[in-house]
Write a protein that binds this ligand. Structure first.
Ligand code: ASP
Length: 305
């Protein structure tokens, strides 16, 4: 059987990452990339690499996912996540869950053990429990910083989320993998945008918007201002450009160009195409990411020359 060279990339959000937070973002992305890569090197599946790497990013309070997630306007945690299998196009997602440490794992169970694609809120939490995933207290997801940040937002008179992508902290996480069988998978996990309305669901858990994977084209994971990403179905758009013959890098850049031009959106995108080529594009000041090149982990937040 043909063995393919695996490929792997993760991201930790696209926004104006302050200098003081660069080390924690690079470090968290690097660790997640190493975790995913070690799975792929052992011949593990793209799905396992994506899920396990995202769990590590969810557990890292530097990022807006799992622990450390942004709070909604009522001061509550509401988490969204999705995972997609490029072999079958099967996908699973959860939205607005409040008591789950690793939403990406519940999303995978939705994909593998239900006839559905997306479960929300209480229903998703009941499902998680029924699958043996213990629920946690919301306080376990709060690292201390989110409450302070939430109070600071509340103190602002006219907080605008589109301004937030050039300002206060963000850090949705995502991963894309191609394994030794040439199978592609992608996933995304987030706490959403700061001060979102209760019950707001963004792009992240929506197929084609925050994530897409198809062995025939590519896998992609997005981050940024969700309402604009949804307008252009960002990840599916990037995969379609690849299906039409563009390189992974050109497709990522084109998709971000459409996000900016058609939706005045801000965000970033990671892509791996069916030949294992990696693409990254963003129109925010910085984007945290780590990937494997010649068997070594590289990480960056700035634009590459
Ligand atoms: N896309 C996420 C959302 O709108 C936020 C982010 O990526 O920072 O929920």
């Amino acid at each position: 059987m043909t063995q393919f060279i695996p490929a792997f990339i993760v991201h930790g959000g696209a926004w104006d990452i302050p200098d003081a937070e660069i080390p924690s973002h690079l470090n968290g992305c690097r660790i997640a990339a190493e975790i995913g890569w070690s799975i792929l090197q052992r011949g593990g599946s793209a799905l396992d690499a994506v899920e396990t790497a995202i769990r590590s990013l969810e557990d890292d309070p530097a990022f807006d996912a799992g622990q450390g997630a942004w709070l909604n306007s009522a001061g509550e945690v509401e988490l969204d996540a999705i995972i997609m299998d490029g072999v079958t196009l099967n996908n699973g997602a959860v939205a607005a869950v409040q008591h789950v440490r690793n939403p990406i794992s519940v999303a995978r169970l939705v994909m593998e053990r239900t006839a559905h694609s997306l479960l929300t809120g209480l229903g998703a939490e009941h499902f998680a429990q029924a699958q043996g995933i213990p629920l946690c207290d919301e306080s376990e997801l709060l690292t201390g910083q989110e409450l302070e940040r939430w109070k600071a937002i509340k103190a602002q008179k006219d907080f605008k989320v589109e301004v937030a992508f050039g300002g206060p902290p963000h850090g949705t996480v995502g991963a894309v993998a191609r394994d030794v069988h040439g199978h592609i998978a992608a996933g995304t996990s987030t706490g959403g945008t700061p001060n979102k309305l209760q019950g707001r669901v963004g792009d992240s858990p929506l197929i084609g918007c925050g994530c897409y994977a198809d062995n025939l084209s590519a896998g992609a994971s997005a981050t940024g201002w969700g309402e604009s990403i949804m307008k252009v179905v960002l990840c599916k758009a990037a995969c379609d450009y690849i299906a039409l013959g563009q390189s992974a890098q050109a497709a990522a850049e084109k998709a971000i160009g459409v996000l900016a031009d058609r939706a005045q959106g801000l965000g970033g995108l990671i892509v791996i195409d069916r030949s294992g080529q990696i693409g990254v594009a963003f129109n925010t000041p910085r984007m945290a990411r780590a990937w494997i090149e010649d068997g070594q982990v590289s990480a960056a937040v700035e634009r590459q020359p």
